[in-house]
Design a protein around this ligand. Structure first.
Ligand SMILES: [Zn+2]
Length: 317
């Protein structure tokens, strides 16, 4: 596989000087390549998944949490489900569930201007933060009422009365004439209320925010995904007039958290007759991780053990 080291997996926080605007640049190279490698997605699905993964990192980066942030898009279209999650220590993973792989929109290979209605369809976008068994799960939800995932995220921020936010997403899998490998990126800026420097009049602050959004919108997909353009150069190219301060970047990596034990825990909640129904013709139960396609096989002896586990947990709860 082509080296993607020129496009390191990272989240780069920054602040536009003299304006109460913070931002994050997310880049996924190898982590995105590893995410799609076990699957055989059509290019437009893989690219939508790359955007989902990059968006999840950008959104998670705006929260203080210790656990797992999950972004899930669900709809009635040919790509009925997209899931991406990111842990607070920078492990990312994602998958797409493709219902009808023969849908013409998926196989003809042409880019789609409105991927959300065409691929995901009618549905919603949900955000969850899981900080462990005894903590509240924060959940945000918004209907899929935009042409792109970024549009849907904008709608969420507008409706939920959170910070004014602008997001731009990009992803590519196979480019003709490029050896850079799959890449995905997110660019997000947010306006902090009540933190305006005292010497800047209100109209000016408004104007600076508008300009920051316009400059971000002027970013080309090719620039966002350019392995030869460092985060520093990209940010400077956009915001050199106002000045931009970069904070320490944080590394990201692909990592699936599935394990035989977790699969066994889930299976142990099923009644024996239901588990028997899930067996293959060879008499084993094969559970496949939707994220990394790892297969966990359970034979009859394992199923007996699972049933004992189930009885034990029923009697203790
Ligand atoms: Zn897995």
């Amino acid at each position: 596989m082509a080296s993607t080291s020129a496009f390191p997996d990272l989240i780069q926080p920054f602040r536009i000087e003299g304006a109460a605007i913070i931002g994050r640049l997310v880049r996924l190279g190898e982590a995105f390549a590893d995410t799609i490698e076990p699957h055989d997605y059509p290019a437009i699905v893989a690219e939508l998944l790359g955007e989902t993964e990059a968006l999840s990192v950008a959104l998670a980066g705006s929260l203080k949490y210790d656990g797992i942030f999950t972004l899930q898009a669900q709809g009635d279209g040919p790509v009925g489900m997209l899931v991406a999650d990111v842990t607070s220590d920078g492990a990312v993973r994602a998958y797409a569930r493709v219902g009808d792989e023969n849908a013409p929109t998926l196989s003809d290979g042409t880019a789609i201007d409105s991927p959300v209605p065409h691929l995901i369809g009618n549905g919603h976008l949900a955000f969850t933060v899981d900080q462990g068994p005894d903590t509240d799960r924060y959940q945000g939800i918004t209907p899929l009422e935009g042409a792109t995932l970024a549009d849907c995220a904008h709608l969420y921020f507008r409706q939920s009365e959170q910070l004014e936010t602008a997001i731009k997403l990009a992803a590519v899998v196979d480019e003709t004439g490029s050896h850079a490998g799959p890449r995905a990126a997110a660019f997000m800026i947010q306006r902090l209320p009540g933190e305006k420097p005292a010497d800047i009049p209100d109209e000016d602050a408004e104007e600076r925010w508008r300009r920051a959004v316009i400059l971000m919108s002027s970013l080309k997909t090719s620039e966002m995904l350019d392995p030869d353009l460092s985060p520093r150069d990209l940010l400077f190219r956009l915001y050199h007039e106002d000045g931009v301060r970069m904070y320490d970047s944080r590394p990201l990596r692909f990592e699936c958290r599935c394990s035989r034990k977790k699969v066994a825990d889930v299976l142990s909640r099923f009644a024996p007759e239901n588990l028997a129904d899930m067996k293959t013709d060879e008499g084993v139960l094969v559970a496949t991780c939707e994220f990394c396609r790892a297969e966990y096989r359970f034979d009859d002896d394992d199923l007996v053990t699972l049933n004992e586990l189930r009885k034990k947990s029923n009697s203790t709860s």
